[in-house]
Design a protein around this ligand. Sequence first.
Ligand code: PGA
Length: 237
Amino acid sequence: MILAANLKCNHTRASFEQYAKALEEGLAGGISREDEILVFPPASAFCARVKNFTQGAQNFYPAAHGSFTGEIGGDMLAEFDVKTVLIGHSERRAILGESAELIREKFSFAAARGWRIVFCVGEDEAAFAQNCSEEFVAAQLEGIDLKYRNLILAYEPVWAIGTGRSAQCEQIEKMLRSLRTKSSAPLLYGGSVNAENIAKICAIKGCDGVLVGTASWDASKFLELIRVVSHRYTSLP
Ligand code: PGA
């Protein structure tokens, strides 16, 4: 399983240092070789070195450097050895106004560097209500190289993110099945994943892991989630 923590705009440099330390210690006993932990902290909190998990970037501008006020370029990520990135998260699409064109540019930039891309897709409430989730997601995938070797796809319905209202297993399975017809990339689900529902979600056919927001912001809670799905995870009592 792939367990990814999206810390969003939470954690200072000081608090993420504690978070990373707790995670490093918690994972030191080892997890199953089939499991992988990705953590996306705010860029201001990147740690210089991490061992037991992979550090990724929530955002970047598709340039190594340049006149892009407020943005972070490839050179800045390289300084922290960050080669894993989130692209297409609904909060960046909706709140920050990222267009499909910018998202495609970010994808091409990251793919040209061989970075691991966690590409997020998911329908909004209206499309879900109209039973148009598949069409909505298909449109988000237009122009995206679904054969890219270092790709992970995350299905995250907008209405399930941060609402405490996770999608039903049938909906998740249906959407993962649809994504599977388009790509052989690992498929994640995200949207109100928590300690109560993670086992059920990870047991869904075709589900290769989860992208967790709220329930990952506390390191001990994220370790709890990891423990539920990683069979060889031994270091917690
Ligand atoms: P959530 O966020 O777990 O708080 O719903 C998920 C995400 O935004 O990736």
